[in-house]
Design a protein around this ligand. Structure first.
Ligand SMILES: [Zn+2]
Length: 163
């Protein structure tokens, strides 16, 4: 299990950087294979630089034919997470949240890597889920055991009689 990264501890390391290999089943996301990837987090004082990749296979339901199909989710991300120091939070957290849509974390808090990976994978789920680009939709069930037309059997009988 990958534990959240304590940001104070990361800031105290010589490189201020940590690379984490991920090979996990996420609780929040049902996948056929474990989520695999790698995330590198660098502490830059006022912000975190986070880059990484993650991939897994999920089962989606086709919007047209309603069949389940396997889909490869792949996320490549590179983002900045701003760190709020105690004094700034006092100013009014709500204001910051409304004015700035970018991610913020408490500088004394933790970065939950698995949650971050989960969010990036969710963004990759297609809006329109199709099992194939040209999925024909729900097809009427074909009748396999079609009877031989009676007229044809009558005709072959007639042929036999003539010869
Ligand atoms: Zn389909």
């Amino acid at each position: 299990m990958i534990r959240p990264i304590a940001l104070r501890n990361l800031a105290a390391t010589p490189t201020r950087q940590v690379a984490v290999v991920i090979d996990e089943n996420l609780e929040a996301l049902e996948t056929l294979t474990p989520v695999q990837g790698e995330v590198t987090v660098t502490h830059r004082g006022d912000f975190l630089e986070v880059e990484g990749t993650a991939q897994t296979i999920v089962t989606l339901q086709c919007d047209r034919c309603l069949r389940g199909f396997n889909y490869r989710l792949e996320a490549n991300f590179d983002e900045i997470i701003w760190l709020d120091h105690e004094a700034e939070i006092m100013k009014g957290e709500q204001e910051i949240a409304i004015m700035n849509l970018e991610e913020h974390l408490n500088a004394d808090g933790e970065l939950d890597l698995l949650d971050l990976v989960y969010q990036h994978l969710c963004l990759e789920v297609p809006m329109r889920k199709l099992c194939e680009a040209d999925c024909p939709g729900i097809l009427p069930v074909e009748k396999k055991s079609e009877k031989v037309d009676d007229r044809w059997s009558a005709l072959s009988k007639l042929r036999e009689d003539l010869s």
